[in-house]
Write a protein that binds this ligand. Structure first.
Ligand SMILES: [Zn+2]
Length: 319
């Protein structure tokens, strides 16, 4: 399947002019890197085309008024797809952040959620698309189509966090909540944002640990009716073949500084930003943003330590 996907990317980049131009523009895009702390880095990418995502109106009325861009009948005729298991279509993302960037959307127009078999879908996709990292944005955490279920995938090696989180020095026994010989669920704040990490040699164990984490996050939240606010990264490790899932619990959708005014930043962080690459659509923002602002936005949007402790206590009770 991966080869089919790589062939699809090739043919879309050859035959679809707008997409070819957007990917060509990306190869000469301006970047700035920061060291966030002594363990990790973040990269700023000046990417004007992403304004449609960062600036997207995702309130119920705006969603109702627009034609869904993930529904096949509204997509440009040039946009091709590969069907996966009859339930998803895999497509080239026409407005990329990654040099290879896919959108993987449900065949039906159905709300964005990752409960039930969706995480198994994500793990199975990661098992097939071994050159990619899969990611998922919760409906209130950066998804620009919260009304249409979709994952995305970007080429490995692009988001610094994926390598940083694999540093096993981060995962001594006291950072592991659920641990067995098949894998563990751990937590850390050492990479500048609070996160949970699941690593397992077995797909079914990774899925089970994720289900336990989701339940604990839900019980710890004030809202039992909606899925916990979160961004998720998922991939199969090239080093040991393990399944890896990073969950960033969120407390907030957009920062207070969000906007296009003089003292504002048009930044709406989602999975890729959590992974350490910030696609910034406004040149002024790109030129002026500081590492202190980046850290402050992570602190504002990610779940704080007290929130993490609440989830951790529930997980330990379950164990
Ligand atoms: Zn749709």
């Amino acid at each position: 399947m991966q080869q089919q996907v790589l062939d699809l990317i090739d043919s879309q980049l050859t035959e679809w002019t707008m997409v070819r131009d957007n990917y060509a523009a990306l190869s000469s895009v301006r970047m700035r890197g920061f060291e966030l702390n002594d363990r990790c880095e973040v990269v700023m990418q000046y990417n004007p085309e992403r304004k449609r995502s960062s600036g997207a109106k995702v309130d119920a009325a705006s969603l109702k008024a627009r034609k869904c861009f993930l529904c096949s009948e509204n997509q440009p005729v040039e946009q091709e797809a590969i069907e996966w298991e009859g339930r998803y279509k895999i497509q080239v993302n026409p407005y990329p952040i990654f040099p290879l960037h896919l959108t993987i959307s449900a065949m039906e127009h159905t709300p964005q959620e990752v409960s039930g078999r969706r995480i198994d879908d994500m793990l199975n996709l990661a098992a097939e698309l071994t050159q990619f990292v899969l990611f998922y944005n919760g409906p209130r955490c950066g998804a620009s189509a919260p009304d249409h279920m979709h994952f995305q995938a970007g080429i490995k090696g692009f988001m610094p966090l994926c390598d940083e989180v694999m540093d096993m020095m981060l995962w001594p026994e006291e950072q592991r909540l659920l641990d067995s010989k098949e894998g563990f669920l751990g937590f850390t704040g050492a990479l500048g944002r609070n996160l949970f990490f699941i690593k397992s040699s077995e797909r079914v164990v990774a899925s089970l640990l994720f289900a336990k984490l989701q339940l604990a996050m839900l019980l710890a939240s004030d809202n039992l009716d909606e899925e916990p606010m979160q961004n998720i990264l998922c991939w199969k490790s090239d080093d040991d073949g393990d399944y890896c899932i990073v969950v960033f619990p969120r407390s907030k959708h957009r920062p207070d500084c969000y906007g296009e005014g003089e003292d504002q930043l048009l930044i709406s962080p989602a999975s890729v930003d959590m992974g350490g690459v910030w696609a910034i659509p406004v040149e002024k923002d790109f030129n002026t943003i500081t590492v202190e602002q980046v850290q402050a936005i992570y602190d504002e949007l990610c779940l704080d330590n007290a929130g993490m402790v609440k989830i951790i206590e529930i997980l330990l009770q379950q164990n």
